[in-house]
Write a protein that binds this ligand. Structure first.
Ligand code: MN
Length: 212
């Protein structure tokens, strides 16, 4: 396992030649998509991380919203594209659904056909730009199909939460009215660091505690 230094993300090479996915995806599309679009996510992510390294040193939070958004937008873009390239293969070389895949698909969706149909519908109907995603949710020990509209709205996909703070108004309005900063500062004293440590330990094995 390797710690990726801030600002050191790299564009992974395609695992096949640019024309390898023809006629489904043309050479020019793949070249622009990989070399330009994916590259700009990598550059944007590096830029955001390096800015935040500086901001932490100088305690400069003026542009935090902007850079957190850049972090999510470019981080998610980098991760999802890195997955996208590797879950495709030249026609007739991708094999058949594996045993484990079939088992968990059948268990939750009923059949491969049902999963395929929901995946295609969900992906086709993503609002504006985004992704269709078949995911494993370790909290529920099962698969799910999700839409990621745009993709920065939620996360850096594959990140596992360790510590979360609810800042919907219902979490603090009666006690703090609109003073969210007071709530968050006070909330910090409530943290159960033993649980954070336990979640980190599990997350490093790619797991989260089950949530029934
Ligand atoms: Mn793309």
């Amino acid at each position: 396992m390797q710690f990726i230094m801030p600002g050191m993300h790299r564009l992974p090479p395609l695992p096949y030649p640019y024309n390898a996915l023809e006629p489904v995806i043309g050479e020019e599309t793949l070249r622009i998509h990989h070399d330009k679009h994916h590259k700009s996510y990598v550059d944007g992510l590096n830029r955001a991380e390096l800015y935040l390294v500086e901001a932490r040193k100088t305690n400069n939070i003026e542009y935090i919203k902007y850079w957190e958004n850049e972090l999510a937008f470019n981080g998610s873009g980098h991760i999802l594209h890195s997955i996208y390239w590797t879950v495709m293969a030249p026609l007739s070389t991708g094999g058949r659904p594996g045993q484990r895949t079939v088992f968990h698909v059948n268990q939750y969706f009923g059949s491969m056909e049902a999963m395929k149909s929901q995946f295609i519908d969900a992906t086709e109907k993503v609002e504006a730009s985004g992704w269709g995603i078949l995911a494993w949710n370790p909290a529920w020990w099962r698969m799910e199909i999700l839409q990621a509209g745009k993709h920065q709205n939620l996360t850096q996909w594959s990140a596992i939460p360790l510590l979360v703070c609810d800042v919907w108004e219902h979490a603090y309005y009666l006690d703090y009215r609109n003073r969210r900063d007071e709530y968050v500062n006070a909330w910090w004293n409530l943290i159960n660091w033993n649980e954070v440590e336990r979640r980190l330990e599990l997350a490093m094995k790619g797991q989260v505690p089950l949530v029934e």
